[in-house]
Design a protein around this ligand. Structure first.
Ligand code: SN0
Length: 322
């Protein structure tokens, strides 16, 4: 695996899930693979789960992790080409990437959407520079438009908890005080469309995700109708993806608290499990009673972040051995 951005990068999903099961059962069985290998984890934005699970997975594989927080531990980096660097950015990615690459074997990058320029974000401008200038395998640790490590962990969690062969999975938009990226819902949709599940997305009008991630999904604007009979409820806020009106890209179109997932929403489901990638705003996205119920999977879901990224790192290390 040269890079990990999309569900297509992992290949056959049932094989990937089987491998995840093995990694979870015997996490230290591949400790030899990472010997004398280094992964550089580069963070342009905050992180809790991604940072810790990536380091843990690397250590499980015997690999050395190096973490760099851009702008805090390092110079502020310029990401745009052709600009006069007379501002506060001291170094360009064009130099910083090959330098970082010379110190490691794999690179993981977290770089959120700026939510100002849709074309800049959807071209994955920062991540593609890492691919172009590093010559190393690159993992998206949530980039402008995707969060594949999260979506893979979500799929593993659904596989572990499903009670029917083909469960109904509903992703619902929920309100949030800030404008958030579409990376998590994009990837969740992309992975669910590829998985063996009935997948429904519900959101207010104007929040339509980019169709390249939602092909095969049912879009239902009536949230209650969407939730009927659900086996898994996946809540997430995202800002306007600008699909129908590009001028609204990155904006908050609704803060309708009627969309907050509460007991009344869960009552129409098939005693569904509740999921969220975290961090979550309690009583905005989900009520306390729903997230604190035994059917809430937020903690096992976060624990599976080690498993998903360990499968990805393991495959990259196996590739490097060839
Ligand atoms: C990020 C997002 O993409 O929605 C990371 C999720 C893994 N979430 C946030 O930035 C939440 C920030 C907040 O203040 O609630």
């Amino acid at each position: 695996m040269k890079s990990f951005f999309h569900v297509s990068d992992i290949g056959d999903l049932s094989k990937a899930l089987e491998e995840a099961k093995q990694v979870k059962e015997t996490p230290f069985a591949w400790k030899h693979l990472g010997e004398n290998k280094t992964i550089m984890l580069v963070f342009f934005n905050s992180s809790l789960r991604t940072r810790l699970s990536s380091q843990k997975a690397a250590l499980n594989l015997g690999m050395n992790p190096i973490v760099l927080n851009i702008g805090q531990d390092s110079w502020k980096l310029e990401t745009e080409m052709g600009v006069v660097m007379d501002g506060d950015k001291s170094e360009h990615l064009r130099e910083a990437i090959p330098v970082m690459a010379s110190y490691c074997d794999i690179i993981g990058v977290r770089s959120f959407a700026n939510l100002k320029d849709r074309d800049y974000d959807y071209a994955e401008t920062v991540l593609s520079q890492f691919v172009q200038y590093s010559g190393k395998p690159v993992i998206s640790l949530e980039s402008a438009t995707v969060h594949p490590c999260q979506a893979f962990a979500d799929l593993i969690t659904i596989e572990e908890h499903k009670k029917t062969r083909r469960p109904k999975v509903v992703m619902t938009w929920a309100p949030h005080p800030k404008a958030l990226p579409q990376a998590v819902p994009n990837s969740f949709a992309e992975w669910m469309c590829a998985a063996d599940v009935d997948f429904v997305i519900t959101h207010p009008h104007g929040y339509e995700l980019d169709p390249k991630f939602t092909e095969g999904a049912v879009i239902e604007y009536d949230q209650m109708k969407a939730l009927e009979g659900a086996d898994f409820v996946y809540a997430k806020n995202w800002s306007c993806p600008g699909v129908t009106d590009p001028s609204q890209y990155g904006q908050i179109l609704s803060k309708d608290m009627g969309w907050t997932v509460d007991a009344a929403h869960m009552a129409v489901t098939n005693n569904a499990f509740f999921m969220h990638c975290l961090p979550v705003r309690r009583n905005m996205i989900v009520s306390d009673e729903v997230i604190d119920a035994p059917t809430s999977l937020v903690i096992p879901e976060a624990a599976n972040r080690v498993v998903s990224i360990q499968v990805v790192m393991k495959r990259m290390l196996e590739e490097l051995q060839k």
